[in-house]
Design a protein around this ligand. Structure first.
Ligand code: SF4
Length: 619
């Protein structure tokens, strides 16, 4: 048996799925990752891993990995040498630079290491002269961290993972951490069981977390979170439950004024005024209270307002950044926090992900460089994305697999997985952790560091980086949170950075979507896999959930005469898709949920990126 642990080379690294940042040990033999090894001494989580971390590694050695560059010739992608493929990319990027850079845009996955993300940004901002860069988290996590940047001065949580166990009350907004960040779900469960932490969940659907015996759940209408948080703030202000320092924070008087109508808003979010008052009092009076956002469940367009409404609550009650207090934003992907720290989204004047797709469609963007993202599947409105990609003059895709986006490219560059890389990831708890190379690149694949370092040097001029440690040193000089850190100095356990809060109240509001007669509200998101760029190539995750589905609550299923497995047609204003039904207890009446990662049953053929998509359902 090949995977006997004593015959394996063991390499400590960090899980490449979600932002929890679990440490893991890869068991390696013959340049293949054969297993992950349980090590109870590893990480804050004592070696525990979820299904993805434990069994999701098979994508690394998938037979479908890209092993050679591809160049489009006569309409077909043909194998090419690195020299040929890179010279085409260099020429294209240099041409874009020569005309000012703004016709060039980049989309990059927050799954890259910090060092690679830094080089991607440097390639665009400095070498090419374009501010058009973003990542898929621009549709979710980046909006939350942008809200944090305005409310507390840094695009990050004001709390760490250790604050979960130190708190007395957890206010979890939009469950389900168990699904999106399972090991943090265990942490919350541990805290509730061992320390009797008071768990309150504000969500538009139930989940594993809401089933914990002591959880109190406030089910609200989809899109009603901001109205609900504002109503909580209003109770805190009306009942004088604010901290002494709150009145001196910028924006306090304006917030008071703007929240005058917040109580009325509570009626549209579907939670009773009594429940809101009780929750507001319990949160304000708790010794220590932590707000947690488990992202990944279809965060709509009001993510920024949502974060700001949460920070308003924390600032009002003086619970923003001390032990056991604060706001913990759970970035979906393994390095979502690193991407926020390194500002991998456009500066003022640049285009974000949605505007980049629009720019491709209008002809303003002529060259698009996509690293590790699959916009065709994971961005809203698949038809629009496909049409937009069809209009660009030159599409470069750098990835592990020939994704639906890569299949449309002019040049495809085969990249390395996390198991073939050195560098660092930053977890949702702001732990900067060491990623270690376990195997040699598969086939002719190159690390994103190697490719981007080469492009920075040739397109921008200047020297190539000696190694990833040299890039990390540059990050430490330019990013205040990383000052004083070195790659080697991260050691076995990583380093948690702490932020200095510059507080400000920001008044926010968001419309609650209302279903029209005969329609239901569609919420899309992740079911185990995130965007599927890795997990769909791993046998473990695919065994658990092999295809797309649409989930309905029992009362809607009964009304429509639908059972598990019934074929359904889901129609929106922009399209339709056929999916099998999954019936359960999680969803409130009038709401359906569908995961977005499956290409065959692509739910993004019917979403348009608005707060909520209204759909009709028929058999
Ligand atoms: Fe990996 Fe996240 Fe699971 Fe931890 S919780 S093992 S980081 S996917």
């Amino acid at each position: 048996f090949k995977a006997r642990w004593w015959s394996l080379n063991k390499v400590k690294t960090v899980c490449s799925y979600c932002g929890t940042g679990c440490n893991l040990t890869l068991g390696v033999k013959d340049n293949k990752v054969l297993t992950t090894i349980y090590d109870e001494n590893q990480g804050f989580h004592n070696g525990q891993l979820c299904t993805r971390g434990r069994f999701g590694y098979q994508f690394v050695n998938s037979a479908k990995r890209l092993t050679t560059p591809l160049v489009r010739k006569g309409g077909q992608l043909e194998p090419a040498t690195w020299e040929e493929a890179l010279s085409l990319v260099k020429q294209q990027l240099s041409d874009a630079k020569a005309v000012g850079g703004s016709s060039c845009a980049g989309l990059v996955t927050p799954r890259l290491t910090n060092e690679e993300l830094y080089l991607f940004k440097k390639l665009f901002n400095e070498a090419i002269g374009s501010d058009n860069i973003d990542h898929s988290a621009g549709y979710g996590h980046a909006a939350l961290t942008a809200g944090a940047a305005e409310s507390i001065g840094v695009p990050a949580s004001s709390a760490t993972i250790a604050d979960i166990q130190a708190s007395d009350l957890l206010l979890v907004i939009k469950s389900d951490a168990y699904e999106t960040h399972p090991v943090l779900g265990f942490e919350i469960n541990l805290g509730v069981k061992r320390k009797a932490i008071d768990l309150r969940i504000v969500s538009d659907k139930s989940g594993k977390l809401t089933k914990l015996p002591k959880a109190t759940t406030y089910l609200h209408k989809p899109g009603g979170e901001v109205a609900l948080l504002n109503a909580l703030a209003k109770v805190i202000l009306d009942e004088g439950l604010t901290a002494d320092a709150a009145a001196s924070i910028t924006g306090f008087e304006q917030l008071k004024k703007d929240l005058e109508s917040a109580a009325a808003a509570s009626t549209v979010c579907g939670v009773s005024a009594d429940e809101i008052a009780t929750l507001a009092r319990d949160y304000a009076k708790a010794g220590k209270a932590l707000i947690v956002f488990p992202t990944g469940i279809g965060y709509p367009s009001h993510g920024k307002a949502l974060a700001q409404a949460a920070f308003n609550l924390a600032l009002l009650t003086g619970k923003v950044s001390s032990e056991g207090n604060g706001v913990l934003i759970l970035g979906e992907k393994n390095n979502s926090q690193g991407a926020a720290d390194l500002k991998l989204h456009p500066v003022a004047g640049g285009k974000d992900a949605a505007a980049i797709i629009d720019g491709c469609a209008s002809g303003a963007i002529k060259t698009l460089y996509v690293v590790g993202e699959n916009p065709v599947i994971s961005y809203p409105n698949r038809q629009k994305v496909e049409a937009a990609l069809g209009k660009v003059d030159f599409l470069v895709v750098q990835d592990l697999f020939l994704t639906e986006t890569a299949a449309r490219a002019n040049v495809v560059l085969p990249a390395c997985s996390f198991a073939e890389k050195d560098g660092s990831f930053t977890s949702v708890g702001k732990a900067v952790q060491r990623v270690r190379k376990a195997i040699k690149p598969v086939g002719l694949a190159k690390s994103d560091f190697e490719i981007l370092s080469e492009l920075c040097a040739t397109v921008g001029g200047g020297e190539r980086y000696r190694d990833v440690a040299a890039v990390f040193d540059e990050i430490a000089k330019n990013v205040p949170a990383y000052a004083g850190l070195t790659l080697e100095g991260l050691g076995e356990n990583g380093k948690v950075y702490h932020v200095t809060v510059k507080p400000k109240f920001v008044s926010v509001s968001a419309e609650v979507p209302v279903a029209e007669p005969g329609t239901m509200i569609l919420v899309t998101g992740s079911a185990l896999y995130h965007c599927g760029t890795m997990s769909l190539f791993g046998e473990g995750p695919m065994y658990v959930c092999p295809e797309g589905y649409v989930e309905l609550g029992r009362s809607d299923a009964a009304r429509l005469g639908v059972a598990d497995g019934t074929d359904l047609m889901i129609k929106s204003k922009i399209g339709e898709v056929k999916l099998k039904a999954k019936v359960g207890n999680r969803l409130p009446e009038g709401v359906v949920f569908a995961p977005y990662h499956f290409a065959e049953q692509s739910i993004n053929t019917i979403t348009d990126g608005s707060t909520a998509t209204l759909v009709s359902i028929s058999k």
